[in-house]
Design a protein around this ligand. Sequence first.
Ligand code: PGA
Length: 241
Amino acid sequence: MRNIIIAGNWKMHKTQAESQEFLQHFKPLVEETNPGREVVLCAPFTALGTMSQSLHGSRIRLGAQNIHWEEQGAYTGEISGAMLWEMGVQYVVVGHSERRQYFGETNETANLRVIAAQKQGLIPILCVGETKAQRDAGETESVIIQQIQRGLVNVDQTQLVIAYEPIWAIGTGDTCEAQEANRVIGVIRALLSHPDVTIQYGGSVKPDNIDEIMAQPEIDGALVGGASLDPQGFARIVNYQ
Ligand code: PGA
């Protein structure tokens, strides 16, 4: 059985105070949500401590947005698995396209981070996806295959989430057609050795398209950026029909 996981990726949004304000509104809206759906908030590092306290006893899980592959050391600005784990973090986003585009993340460094997360008992959410130019050039499959194969070297597929996020659909309002997302996710699934890996779709997921996205047989959840910042909107996404 594949788990359904709806995760919010707050990116560089929300102070501690703003995260508290969000939870105050959001928590009651997801109390009745089908228990078969995992609800995750991937918050900035600085909000994790206060959120962890407020989420004590809640069904909402905490996620982070990066992890370094070493356990400690001279890596200014990075964060270790133990530091996240101590904060009550259970999921961590790895290899997001913004990390790849702006901060030099590669398939190889993403792979090291996935392994480090698993070693710490955290579940990595490995992000893959093609650019508009790659899609237009007919390279979608080859790019995805490379990202998956290189990203998953020596990775335990029983403790893994993958997010298919076509880069041209992220933050643009230009959602990938649900059937096309379903098709590419099928391509990803065929590359995996474990049958029950949760594969999410991400890229301009909104309250008004989540029902169609989740109706697709290959899609096991969503990784939601902009629309996860608003408690009512994100609750509607979590409570998709
Ligand atoms: P978006 O971002 O929902 O704002 O398009 C998705 C993501 O980057 O994970």
